[in-house]
Each structure stands twice: as structure tokens, then as C-alpha cells.
Design a protein around this ligand. Structure first.
Ligand SMILES: [Zn+2]
Length: 244
């Protein structure tokens, strides 16, 4: 009876915190080696993706001549590279239950979406177990511990902490998107994986840390919150509309 009472009390305390399902399988050495090879093999195409999204237009390899043609060509290259990166991350996740064996340098280029707003996790690496409602202020995106997290929008880091209340290891970024103030919160990251500091400027899609299970969290997941002009919005719908 005493145990039940304690469990009940704990349950009451953590009500409003999601219990994401865990799908954990241990990667074998052979699989890890395969992932390293994949990361190496794809490094070249990812460099292209990086250049295609951020480099100025004077690259010599294009046959296109007008700014419109060049922009179109760049967008096509970037989309192709992003799709390849996303597919690889998804495959890696399926193969091992964890993306942590893929190099950071490789993964931080795999943010999907386009323009001012990007998905905070690689496409195919997560499922949404819960979203806004009943006192829960964000979307719980269940993904293996170690999955890279990307800034959903460019801006300035307001919070970067190893212990941010129930959020655990968390980052908050203030942005302006389409003339609106947008703040995004990334919670329950793995200790020691934050890649940004408070006050730092970040770009959309920039690697900011890794999925974990810190704070009031029961299973590895990203708790992702979005506020627009100070009001909570449903993050997954917001991503669908804005991330392209
Ligand atoms: Zn949550």
C-alpha cells in the first residue's frame, strides 16, 4: 500500500510530463563500422549541401546564368543533398536505434526544411508522442538519445543551461520570423552536448545539442516549444506550415 501511495504521488507530480515510448536496441560493432563508413561516404555530398545553402553565387560549376536559374539550381542541389542526408539518418536510426555513432560533423548538416524555419530533428528520426494541451506546452518528439537537434529558426540564444528547471538540459532561442517574435525551446537534451551559449547568434538549422532524457523526462525525447508573439502555438503544425 505504501509503495502504491508513493507511486501515486510521483504520478501526480509528473502529470503533464510525457512518457514517450522507448525503442532502444543496442548497436553492434559491425553496425557502428557501417555507420562510420556511411558518414565517410556521404561527407562529399554533405559538403555540397552546405555550400549550396550558404555559399555565394559565384561557384563556377553551374551552367545556369540568370540569378533565377542559379537559385533554382542551388535549391535543387540542396534539396537532393538534404533528402540523401535525411534518408541516411533514418536508415542509421532504424539499423541501430541510435544515431550517436555517426559523426557530429556529418549530422549537423542534416537539418531538413528550408528557409527561415527548419525541423529541429532529422526527418525520419523521430515520432511525435504528444503535443500541446492539458498543461503540456510543447511537442514531444521521441528520438534516440544522441540524435542531433537543430535550431528551428535563426536568432539569439536566450537560455543555454545544463539544468533549466524541469526542462533539464535546455536551450531557448529568440527569433524573428516573418516579422513575428518567435521563441523556440529545446528541452531534455543530453548532458554536455549543448553546442551554443546564451547571447550567441545562431542560424536556422544550426546544430545546438543532442536528444537526451534530462529533467522531467522519462525516455529520450525532444520537448519542443514554440511561442509566437508570446503565445504558445502547436509546434508540429507550425513546422509543417513554415519549414517548407
Ligand atoms: Zn514535453
Amino acid at each position: 500500500m505504501r509503495t502504491l501511495a508513493i507511486l501515486g504521488a510521483v504520478g501526480a507530480l509528473v502529470a503533464g510530463v510525457a512518457l514517450p515510448a522507448l525503442a532502444s536496441t543496442k548497436p553492434s560493432h559491425a553496425e557502428a563500422a557501417t555507420l562510420q563508413q556511411m558518414a565517410f561516404d556521404d561527407a562529399q555530398s554533405l559538403v555540397v549541401a552546405s555550400q549550396a545553402t550558404s555559399a555565394p553565387m559565384q561557384r563556377s560549376g553551374y551552367s545556369a546564368t540568370t540569378p533565377e536559374e542559379i537559385a533554382k539550381k542551388k535549391a535543387e542541389e540542396a534539396a537532393k543533398a538534404r533528402a540523401a542526408a535525411a534518408a541516411r539518418v533514418a536508415a542509421a536510426t532504424r539499423a541501430t536505434g541510435s544515431t550517436s555513432r555517426v559523426s557530429d560533423e556529418d549530422l549537423r548538416l542534416a537539418a531538413s526544411g528550408s528557409g527561415a524555419v527548419r525541423y529541429p530533428l532529422p526527418q525520419g528520426s523521430y515520432h511525435v508522442s504528444r503535443t500541446v494541451g492539458s498543461g503540456h506546452n510543447g511537442a514531444d518528439m521521441v528520438a534516440p538519445a544522441g540524435t542531433p537537434i537543430f535550431a528551428a529558426a535563426g536568432g539569439v540564444v536566450r537560455v543555454s543551461s545544463e539544468s533549466y528547471f524541469g526542462y533539464g538540459v535546455a536551450v531557448v532561442i529568440d527569433s524573428v520570423v516573418g516579422g513575428k517574435r518567435v521563441s523556440t525551446t529545446y528541452a531534455h537534451m543530453t548532458n554536455g552536448t549543448r553546442a551554443v551559449q546564451a547571447g550567441q547568434a545562431v542560424e536556422a538549422g544550426q546544430f545546438i545539442g543532442k536528444v537526451g532524457n534530462t529533467g522531467h523526462s522519462f525516455g529520450a525525447h525532444l520537448h519542443f516549444e514554440v511561442k509566437v508573439n508570446g503565445g504558445l502555438v502547436e509546434p508540429i503544425g507550425w513546422l509543417r506550415v513554415n519549414a517548407g
